[in-house]
Design a protein around this ligand. Sequence first.
Ligand code: NAG
Ligand code: NAG
Length: 364
Amino acid sequence: MTMNASAILFFSLAVLGTLPVSSKAARAFFVFGDSLVDNGNNNYLATTARADAPPYGIDSPTRRPTGRFSNGLNVPDIISENLGSEPLMPYLSPELRGEKLLVGANFASAGVGILNDTGIQFVNIIRIWNQLHYFQQYQQRLSSLIGPEQTQSLVNQGLVLITLGGNDFVNNYYLVPYSLRSRQFTLPDYVTYLMSEYKKILAGLYELGARRVLVTGTGPLGCVPAELALRSRTGQCDPELNRASNLFNPQLIQVLNELNGQIGSDVFVSVNVYTMHMDFISDPQAYGFVTSKVACCGQGPYNGIGLCTVLSNVCPNRNIYAFWDAFHPTERANRMLVSQFMAGTTKYMSPMNLSTILAMDSRT
Ligand SMILES: *[C@@H]1O[C@H](CO)[C@@H](O)[C@H](O)[C@H]1NC(C)=O
Ligand SMILES: *[C@@H]1O[C@H](CO)[C@@H](O)[C@H](O)[C@H]1NC(C)=O
């Protein structure tokens, strides 16, 4: 033992001194939800819901799979670009420690839904309540680095994104004919139930300190290549799954309005992904896509059957496809979505868009 107490104190101060918690640092960012926003947590879990094999990541800087369900970047990565910060690390990554914690963390896990029983076929995934538990654990870890007050202000000033709901339909209610949930609930009653559970999750985020939360609705679920392959003979979007989206999205906006009303502030911002997606589904050419029906990577009709693997067909130019695999957009489509997050009108972002939020919060 050669180190005395003052040396230890000196060294720990030196470590603290390297942590720049200035107001000029980009705001922290926290992500919750499913495969649309998972950037690699499932790589660390024993689950079949994973994107850690080629050709996933074919257009990423390393050209290697990262765990993102995309040919390259996903929505959180592009939001990070807009915040002027590094892409978030998956919370389960052992490299997420020290000052990297200041940037925030991504807690999302492919396969999860609002309900605990959604995605049970994927076995070992981070269900949403567990994601919230990890958020709490993250705050304890950060607190031991920068103290509880700095931690609280970093979290309060952070931006949060949550994407849930699609799997509660695709990987639960509609997973098999006569699913447990579809025998238990009519579709409208199921959506009501989802809303009551989602409201608790969002209130939980608020309790954990989230003060700016982007909440995405579902895209037009009946229009993804997987559903076209499974349910459509003519290539038209499946009306039943779109009915689910059309029940879910307006009720979600209502829940967000209720929560904002109770809090007395616009904490929750709704992101109308349905309309954003519908724009390039109804006129792909206007957005530079040759198709919005056929996935770039897959097999069978619309490349919508099964998984995207090294044996699949892969389109040579990912920039002209809206869908990368049977469910998930290409990086280019993700960029278009985020540009609407940033600058969209109230038709897309309500009550305000992300550039308005960033400008407003930087003034306070
Ligand atoms: C889901 O799981 C969480 C935590 O494990 C639990 O607190 C919650 O009550 C569960 N929800 C339902 C509807 O069972
Ligand atoms: C959204 O952002 C842009 C700036 O990029 C702004 O001009 C516009 O008014 C905003 N729209 C709404 C409805 O907030």
